[in-house]
Design a protein around this ligand. Structure first.
Ligand code: MN
Length: 130
């Protein structure tokens, strides 16, 4: 398993495609979940290095999923970056309160997201030795 595995949780196909294109261009290996329950399950099974988490999801919302994932992995912590369509201050606060470490507002600014990935993942993929 790769040290830089990113779990992408997004139920919107167009958003998912854009995010995966960006991560692929940065050489990050990815795993995809399209609902909240699947996100919690995969986070437990695959032990990703970071999670990009849409908040508005089927079966279980992102806030609940974030809380469960953090509980599941405690005391170790997997950084969770919330992807929020809600520009309102309260939603971002709610994401942080649920255990998300950071957030990126939609529509996603790729430069911003790329910067945050580099901030939270210790080793950029480019510097990994084969
Ligand atoms: Mn969604």
């Amino acid at each position: 398993m790769s040290a830089n595995l990113i779990l992408v949780v997004e139920d919107n196909k167009d958003n998912l495609r854009l995010i995966l294109d960006l991560l692929e261009s940065m050489s990050y290996p990815t795993l995809v979940a399209t609902d909240g329950e699947q996100a919690v399950k995969l986070a437990g099974e695959a032990n990703p290095a970071l999670i990009l988490l849409d908040l508005s999801l089927p079966t279980m919302d992102g806030w609940t999923a974030a809380r469960l994932i953090k509980e599941q992995h405690a005391p170790k912590t997997i950084p969770i970056i919330a992807l929020t369509a809600h520009a309102m201050f309260g939603d971002k606060e709610k994401a942080l309160a649920a255990g998300c470490d950071d957030y990126v507002s939609k529509p996603i600014n790729f430069r911003e997201l790329a910067g945050k990935l580099k901030q939270y993942l210790a080793t950029p993929p480019e510097s990994e030795t084969p």
